[in-house]
Design a binder for this molecule. Sequence first.
Ligand code: SDX
Length: 394
Amino acid sequence: RTGCFTYDPGFTSTASCESKITYIDGDKGILLYRGYPIDELAEHTTFLETAYLLLYGELPTKVQYDAFKLRITRHTMLHEQMNRFFSGFRRDAHPMAIMVGVVGALSAFYHDSIDIRDPWQREMASIRMIAKMPTIAAMAYKYSIGQPFVYPKNELDYSANFMRMCFAVPCEEYEIDPVLTRAMRRIFILHADHEQNASTSTVRLAGSSGANPFACISAGIACLWGPAHGGANEAALMMLEEIGSVSRIEEYVRRAKDKDDPFRLMGFGHRVYKNYDPRAKIMQKTCHEVLAAVGHQDDPILKVAMELEKIALSDEYFIEKKLYPNIDFYSGITLKALASPPTCFTVLFALARTVGWIAQWKEMIEDPSQRIGRPRQLYTGATERAFVPMDDRH
Ligand code: SDX
């Protein structure tokens, strides 16, 4: 064991990790958070209820839930001096660049939450990170559109508070829409954790060195930004808009199958799921609900997505390679209908995944056998050779 990772020299890229948090059966398309099926949690819990489950291992009682929710609520504001941090970015900076910078800088403001050997500091870092992510994400969005920051409101629940911080303006109050906030809650729950994906493994590896939790989450945000990972929701919507109409789908499916063409169907395929991503089904249902709620049920992009899914799932290339829609396939259309700009899709993914990153980081840090992660390699470079002075090199 090196830290959380078990390295088996017989495999070039296999590193496994023990965890009690999330279970995925990629062949059967099963996803469980602490043993509970994702569809039941997405339907019946609040995001903070699921956050409590991921962090502490059990669904909270009413007393436990109310205490947890109060602690989170009381830490949603950001140190006022951090507001100036945002103004150091260009207005057109990608919000994920702002998230990486601001979250990493939290360790410069919350000195009583960075000593990971202290259980109280670890707990405070977890609470602060989960509490402040919606505020930071909303500020990154507001900054990018040149609108003033909106402070959190303690009487609102997590998703409503976030949407109000994004869309309220000083000139008029933001009207909370229960259908849209329910959809946002469900989206947060679907994205909360997913076992040892690339960004979670990044957080664990960074944390295994003893780095402070804010720096580890910042590393996770940076990794999630990639288009093969959390950036796929933005890429999938751009792909669907580029396809534009059902008549052009065949051309893009052909390109996706062409080994010489770098084009990939964004939102399709997965490192683990070789069956339908259970989150994709819930996201598709949520997509229909949101589009109907905002009067866009005839959105042509939805028609393209549904037809593309139907064609791909009946094509032998995708069947043979077991490529199915993943969570990102419908999330872009849904988030656009929720009025999020595409550049903020991955910001929302990072906001929700912060709970999983913190839960996984906490599990690793609290494992007494934990050591620094140190993946090894299969060396394929030059064997030892004598040095040659520059004048003798030809
Ligand atoms: C997320 O790990 C997680 O849990 C991630 C995540 C989470 O919650 O954290 O689930 C979130 O990142 C979801 C994935 C989002 N990314 C995309 O939708 C980008 C498009 N997808 C592909 O880039 C790809 O499917 C990956 C990156 C997701 C997986 O890459 P792999 O492991 O190479 O793909 P695979 O095992 O699924 O591929 C098998 C074959 C390969 O061909 P061969 O080399 O065997 O000939 O299918 C091909 C791939 O080239 N292939 C695709 C394809 N995805 C894989 N061909 C066309 N279109 C695609 N989308």
